[in-house]
Write a new protein. Structure first.
Lengths: 240, 592
């Protein structure tokens, strides 16, 4: 059903080179992507669609920023913190980015242990990933609070173009929602892993289908995607 | 393409994916209401889309009453007229055609045509329908909220879409945006299923180049929808924020009802770019399934293989790809950088090449075919004619210089109704006549069907062909009434009245079709499993209508392409895709 079949009888012995090979793979029998399960294929295609959503958000923001006639607030000023008497630009964002990138590392380790069927380590690493994600969302909430206290609103702010607040809350809010959904999924899957659902092939509550350890990797795909999107938001919103 | 039919002789590889374990419904509720079976979901999608489509049809009657006989009907005022226009357009394009082609035909035909037991993730597929239903209900609720539905026009351009003075500014626009967002979420769940089913869940022997063109059309349209709807999603979210939170993504600084509005610094053009980055692919999201289905209708009912199958596939893919780089041809008069027009006019005209390939191939398929003038065939022929007609006026509108004077006239209305209204609906109707026997086990009444076809086809022509002329006279679109403008001759007014009479007639003739659907369900002639003697897999199911899991114990194995009609030397004039080559050794002998 949904699990990967590692044998590949559909592969012809003589592999074609270059474009002909790609065309032959695509046009081959039964499956266009050999050894890719349905779930993984679906997640990749969903991520492609989601990429278009984030691209549209970022392009809209860039359009607004480039076409505004009012000065755009300076991000390294706005996102600076005073720590121990030192004024450090972008420090919170740097920490947030570090936390989120680290969570990608623990996620990759969880995938590895998942395929070794080490359910305790997999579950712990997924929970660590979820904790990093929750920390990220928590720091984002702190950042939102700080900006709102300073008078930033979706419709305006004390320093310049009103699109600054609008884009900021919309894009980071949409990304934060993605992280939050990811955290919920991580916890749900970690619970299943820890309980041994994938060892005893227990059926899902909603779908009544058996689950497989591959779901750890599929969750990981989503998680890495959310991290990757953050890199772009970081570059285009904070560093520009 | 002589080699395709005989490819199967080389042998079929073993199954790569073990047979699926289906969810088996245990109660009436999970069998017919919260069903995970793609066929039931398809019927749910189709009925919901048809129901809301009938609302849009009635709205068009009300518009025609007003346009044909201005001042006669006091229950239609200018605001309502705008609301009718908006809801008619939005419902027809998104909630009817997109949902019917992809959610309806896609769900029913993809698993059957590729030889799968169901969609890959039936539970997600079920959720897709229920979210779609919610979107439809939210949309329909706007008729009952204070202020009524939005009257911003189906393109919902800001700034006017969210300013006071536009009807539905209170609730209508908010609910419209919410409904669109829900629709996109629901569609994404279904669309991912369709794409993965076509790519990864085909039966043994069903290579991509043996897929019926119907599946190619629906598949490509779904991929496009997954990439185009994000732009509408983002535009909807941002417009909703502009309206609810007072952000100014799309709103420039302007005076609203005599006072300076709270907005400032936004770009209305940005909305148009986002909207049409969705909106133009949307045209082909509706057209490509129609292209695919009509290819199969023509081939089956002309008893002849489709001409140039490979080119038909590549044309579908090429049209799909090109449609993402033509969007600003909807914006020639928007005030965008004028030289963009060169680029977008060029790409627009390039689309004519793959489209023309398709039209020639349809005609060449008919050439010397054994044409059976069945109802599906009549509708397919009707499609070719209306589509060519609408496509040719597209050449006018695709060129900047010709488009500028024609912009916002009835010419545009005539063009897009011909090409993406009437033409796809012709295919929808033909497809219903074609596949109804598979869905219900009974034939639709042919006499009623022919009556329905001639009234619809001739009527639609009489409605939209004169509209071009009105447009050339300069009659603007979206006007509540024309008044005493001197450049509009009185003949234009009589023509408007004529169009309205025909429109009402055509509208009411659809009741004949609805009656036929209901009556044939009980009294129709029993059809058997394969009444059209067609080759594709959905006609080879062990039961009709196909049972749960589609195929009984064994999945079918595919040995040939979908178009083995009238093969010389074969016993019958069609060879089903799952018929092994042994049975047609005569053919093999003839080929060697």
């Amino acid at each position: 059903m949904a699990e990967t079949v590692l044998t590949n009888p559909g592969q012809s012995p003589a592999r074609l080179e270059g474009w002909r090979g790609i065309a032959a793979d695509w046009a081959s029998d039964q499956r266009a992507f050999k050894n890719v399960s349905w779930g993984k294929a679906m997640m990749w295609i969903f991520l492609l669609s989601d990429t278009f959503i984030f691209s549209c958000f970022l392009l809209s923001y860039m359009t607004a920023r480039m076409s505004t006639t009012v000065p755009w607030p300076n991000p390294s000023e706005v996102f600076a913190l005073n720590i121990g008497g030192n004024h450090i630009p972008l420090i919170l964002i740097a920490i947030m980015t570090f936390v989120l990138i680290s969570s990608s590392g623990t996620m990759a380790m969880a995938v590895n242990f998942g395929y070794r069927r080490d359910r305790v380590r997999t579950a712990i690493l997924m929970l660590v990933t979820a904790a990093f994600g929750a920390t990220f969302v928590g720091m984002q909430a702190f950042e939102w609070t700080k900006l709102i206290m300073e008078g930033v609103r979706p419709w305006g702010n004390p320093w310049g173009a009103p699109q600054f607040g609008a884009s900021f809350f919309m894009i980071t809010g949409f990304h934060g929602t993605h992280v939050t959904i990811g955290v919920i999924f991580l916890i749900a899957i970690a619970r299943k892993v820890f309980r041994g659902d994938f060892d005893v092939e227990r059926r899902g509550f909603f779908t009544s289908r058996k689950g497989y350890y591959e779901i750890v990797e599929i969750t990981g795909l989503y998680w890495h995607f959310v991290d990757l999107v953050w890199v772009f938001i970081f570059a285009f919103f904070y560093l520009w | 393409m002589v080699d395709i039919p005989y490819e199967g002789i080389r042998g079929i590889p073993p199954a790569e994916v073990p047979d699926v374990e289906l969810y088996h419904p245990r109660s009436w509720w999970t069998r017919y209401v919260f069903s995970q079976d793609a066929k039931v979901i398809a019927i749910q999608y189709s009925l919901t889309a048809t129901a809301i489509g009938l609302v849009a049809l009635v709205l068009s009657w009300l518009m025609r009453l007003q346009l044909g006989f201005p001042g006669t009907f006091s229950f239609i005022d200018a605001n309502q007229y705008l609301q009718f226009i908006t809801m008619h357009g939005m419902i027809m394009v998104i909630y009817l055609l997109t949902a019917l082609f992809l959610g309806g035909f896609g769900n029913y035909l993809i698993p059957l045509m590729v030889g799968a037991r169901d969609m890959v993730f039936p539970y997600v597929n079920m959720l897709s329908y229920w979210v779609y239903l919610l979107a439809v209900l939210v949309l329909a609720s706007t008729f009952f909220v204070p202020g009524g539905p939005t009257g911003a026009g189906w393109t919902l351009y800001p700034p006017q879409a969210i300013l006071s003075g536009t009807p539905g500014q209170d609730w209508g626009i908010i609910l419209m945006m919410s409904s669109l967002i829900l629709f996109i979420i629901g569609f994404t769940m279904g669309g991912l299923n369709y794409v993965v089913t076509v790519l990864q869940a085909r039966t043994r022997g069903m290579t991509l180049m043996r897929l019926p063109l119907t599946v190619w059309g629906i598949f490509t349209a779904t991929v496009m929808a997954l990439l185009a709807f994000p732009a509408l999603f983002v535009a909807s979210v941002m417009l909703l924020l502009d309206r609810l939170l007072g952000t100014s993504f799309f709103m420039p600084s302007l005076v609203e009802m005599g006072t300076l509005s709270k907005y400032g610094g936004g770009s209305p053009l940005l909305f148009q770019h986002l909207f049409w980055f969705f909106g133009h692919p949307e045209v082909y999201i509706v057209a490509l399934p129609a292209f695919g289905i009509v290819s199969d209708l023509i081939s089956t009912h002309a008893r002849k293989n489709i001409f140039g199958y490979r080119m038909m596939v590549w044309a579908i893919v090429a049209i799909g790809a090109l449609s993402f780089i033509v969007w600003a041809h909807h914006m020639y008069v928007s005030g965008m950088f004028p030289q963009f027009g060169y680029f977008f006019a060029t790409t627009t005209l390039i689309i004519a090449i793959p489209t023309a390939i398709k039209v020639y191939n349809w005609v060449l398929t008919l050439w010397r075919g054994d044409i059976h003038l069945t109802v599906p065939m009549l509708f397919a022929l009707g499609f070719i004619i209306t589509f060519v007609n609408g496509g040719l006026t597209g050449l006018f509108l695709g060129n900047v210089v010709v488009d500028v004077p024609l912009s916002d006239t009835m010419f545009v209305v005539a063009h897009f109704h011909m090409v993406m209204g009437v033409a796809p609906i012709m295919v929808v109707l033909g497809a219903i006549y074609h596949w109804y026997p598979k869905v219900t086990g009974r034939m639709l009444n042919e006499a009623l069907g022919k009556f329905h076809f001639w009234v619809t086809f001739l009527g639609a022509y009489l409605i939209f062909f004169p509209m071009h002329y009105l447009g050339l006279l300069g009659v603007p679109r979206r006007y509540f009434e024309l008044g005493d403008a001197t450049f509009i001759p009185s003949s234009a007014h009589s023509l408007n009245a004529f169009i309205s009479v025909v429109a009402l007639t055509v509208g009411f003739s659809q009741l004949v079709f609805l009656f036929n659907l209901a009556w044939s369900l009980f009294k129709g002639e029993a059809s058997g499993g394969n009444p059209w003697r067609a080759t594709t897999l959905e006609w080879q199911t062990p039961e009709t209508p196909p049972g749960h899991g589609n195929w009984g114990k064994e999945l079918p194995v595919v040995y040939r392409w979908a178009y083995d009609y009238s093969v010389p030397g074969a016993a019958e004039d069609f060879i089903p895709q799952n018929q092994p080559p042994r049975a047609t050794q005569l053919v093999q002998g003839a080929a060697s």
